[in-house]
Design a protein around this ligand. Structure first.
Ligand SMILES: C[S@@+](CC[C@H](N)C(=O)[O-])C[C@H]1O[C@@H](n2cnc3c(N)ncnc32)[C@H](O)[C@@H]1O
Length: 438
C-alpha cells in the first residue's frame, strides 16, 4: 500500500542485528526472577528485561548477552552461578550448557523442580493469554506430573542435524551451527546410536524413531529437508532392511499402526497417559457423537469409541493421507468410528459440521503447536458440545484458544499437565472446557 506521507511504497519493518543498545557479548550480574515460556527466566538490568537461560528463579548469576535485537529485551546465558538455587544439579548430559547443544533447557534442574517450572509457565499463559484469574482454582491448582521411565532415554523420535562434513548432532540454541554429538542422553539408546555412531555425508538431517517392538527406522533427509532413503533395523539385528511403511505402537491396552513418518507421541508413556486423561475428561456415554479433530492415527477416537458403543458415532478428522490410512486400519473393528480426511480450518470445519448433522456431544482436539486458532475454537464453541477436551503441546496456544472458548460461552473446568518432554521446556496439557451455564 502506498504511504501517502512519503509518496512511495512502505517496506516491511526489519529488525537490525543489534538494536537494543549493543549489549551482545556484554557481561553483568543479575538477580534472577520468575520462569518464562521458552526455557528461560526473567531478570532485569538497567531497566531492560533480560531472558536468561541456564539459570533458575532466585539465583544470582553472571550473564553474557547472546542476542540483543529488540529495544525492550535481550537474551543471555548464565555463565557463572554466584548463588545457586537448591534445585540446581550437575547436568547429566556433557553436551548441554551455555554455548553448547540447544536441544535441552533444564538439564541443570532437578526433575521435580522442572515439573514446578512447567506448571508455573502453563499458569502464566492461562492468565496472560487465556484471560483467567490467577486465583481461579483450576489455574491455582494446576500441576504437571511426570511420566514413568525417568528424565533420560525417553525420546523415541528425533531429528538430528548433519554438518557439512557429514557429522551428526543437534543445533546450538537459536543458531544453525551443528554441535557434533556421539550420544544424546534423552534419546532412547538404540535410536541415538543408529544416527550418532556413523557419518551421513551429503545429508542435511536424519530422522530416527524406535517403535514398541524395538524396530529403529532412520530416514536420511537432503539439505532441503526432503526424505531420501529410509531403513529399518531391529535392535540386535546385523543388517538393515527396507521399511514396511508402518510402525507398531502400544497405548490404552492395545496396539496401533502408525505410518512410518506419521505423528505419534515422542515419549513412550505419553500416549497411554493422554488416553487416560482424555477418556476421564470426555466421560463418553453410550450413543453419543464424538468428534476427534487432528486425529493422527486415530488414538483418541479409537480409545473413546467403545464407550460410545455401536449406537454412537465417532468421527476422526485428519489432513495427512498416510495418517488417515493408519487410522482406517486402527479403527476397522469399530463400526461406530469413521475417518474423514480434511483440513480443520474455519471453512473445512464449517463444512464438516454441516455434513455431520446433529451437533457432537464431545469434541476432542489435539492441534499442532500453533493451536486451533480463534475461528476454529469459536465454531466448536458454537456446536454447544457437552465437553471439549483440548490436548495441547504449547501452553501459549492453549491460552489463546481458551480465551476464544471462554469468550464464546465456555469455561475451563480442569487442566492436567504432563512432563512428556523431560529436560526440555516443553509440556503437554489436557484441558476440559464445558459450557459456562453447565
Ligand atoms: C499433535 S498431532 C495429534 C495426533 C493424534 N491426536 C495423536 O495423539 O496421535 C496433530 C495431527 O494433526 C494433523 N493436522 C495438522 N494440521 C491439520 C489440519 N489443519 N487439519 C487436520 N489435521 C491436521 C497432523 O497431521 C497430525 O497428525
Amino acid at each position: 500500500m502506498a504511504d501517502p506521507r512519503r509518496g512511495r511504497r512502505r517496506r516491511p519493518a526489519r529488525i537490525p542485528e543489534d538494536r537494543g543498545g549493543g549489549w551482545t557479548g556484554r557481561e553483568f550480574e543479575v538477580a534472577v526472577g520468575p520462569v518464562a515460556h521458552g526455557g528461560h527466566c526473567v531478570a532485569r538490568h538497567e531497566g531492560r528485561v533480560v531472558f536468561v537461560r541456564h539459570t533458575l528463579p532466585g539465583e544470582r548469576v553472571r550473564v553474557r548477552v547472546t542476542e540483543d535485537r529488540h529495544p525492550g529485551f535481550c537474551r543471555a546465558d548464565a555463565v557463572e552461578v554466584l548463588e545457586a538455587a537448591p534445585a540446581r544439579v550437575e547436568r547429566p548430559c556433557p553436551y548441554s550448557g551455555p554455548g553448547k547443544c540447544g536441544g535441552c533447557d533444564w538439564q541443570h534442574v532437578r526433575p521435580a523442580e522442572q515439573h514446578r517450572l512447567k506448571a508455573a509457565v502453563v499458569r502464566e499463559q492461562l492468565v496472560r493469554l487465556g484471560g483467567l484469574d490467577a486465583d481461579d482454582p483450576v489455574v491455582a491448582g494446576l500441576t504437571v506430573q511426570d511420566l514413568p521411565g525417568g528424565a533420560l532415554r525417553w525420546r523415541s523420535r528425533a531429528r538430528f542435524a548433519v554438518d557439512r562434513t557429514g557429522a551428526p548432532g543437534l543445533r546450538r540454541h537459536r543458531s544453525h551451527d551443528v554441535v557434533v554429538l556421539d550420544d544424546c542422553p534423552i534419546t532412547v539408546e538404540p535410536a541415538a546410536q543408529a544416527v550418532l555412531t556413523r557419518r551421513w555425508p551429503g545429508a542435511g538431517a536424519v530422522d530416527v524413531s524406535i517403535d514398541s517392538a524395538g524396530a529403529v527406522t532412520t530416514t536420511r533427509l537432503d539439505r532441503r529437508g526432503r526424505p531420501q532413503h529410509s531403513e529399518v533395523r531391529q535392535v540386535g539385528e546385523e543388517l538393515p532392511r527396507e521399511p514396511a511403511g508402518r510402525a507398531e505402537r502400544r497405548a490404552g491396552g492395545r496396539d496401533w499402526e502408525v505410518e512410518g513418518t506419521g505423528f505419534w507421541q515422542v515419549h513412550p508413556a505419553a500416549a497411554d497417559a493422554l488416553v487416560t486423561a482424555v477418556s476421564g475428561f470426555a466421560d463418553v456415554r453410550t450413543g453419543e457423537t464424538v468428534l476427534d479433530l487432528y486425529a493422527g492415527a486415530g488414538l483418541f477416537g479409537g480409545a473413546l469409541a467403545p464407550a460410545a458403543g455401536e449406537e454412537g458415532r465417532v468421527v476422526c478428522v485428519e489432513s495427512d493421507p498416510g495418517a488417515c490410512a493408519a487410522a482406517d486400519a486402527n479403527l476397522a473393528h469399530l463400526p461406530q468410528a469413521e475417518v474423514w480426511q480434511g483440513e480443520v480450518d474455519a471453512d473445512g470445519l464449517a463444512e464438516l459440521l454441516a455434513e455431520l448433522g446433529p451437533a457432537p456431544d464431545v469434541v476432542v482436539l489435539d492441534p499442532p503447536r500453533a493451536g486451533a486458532g480463534k475461528a476454529v475454537s469459536r465454531l466448536l464453541a458454537g456446536t454447544g458440545a457437552r465437553a471439549v477436551v483440548y490436548v495441547a503441546c504449547d501452553p501459549a496456544a492453549l491460552g489463546r484458544d481458551v480465551a476464544a472458548f471462554t469468550g464464546a460461552g465456555y469455561r475451563l473446568a480442569d487442566v492436567r499437565g504432563f512432563d512428556a518432554f523431560p529436560m526440555t521446556a516443553h509440556v503437554e496439557c489436557v484441558a476440559l472446557l464445558v459450557r459456562a451455564d453447565s
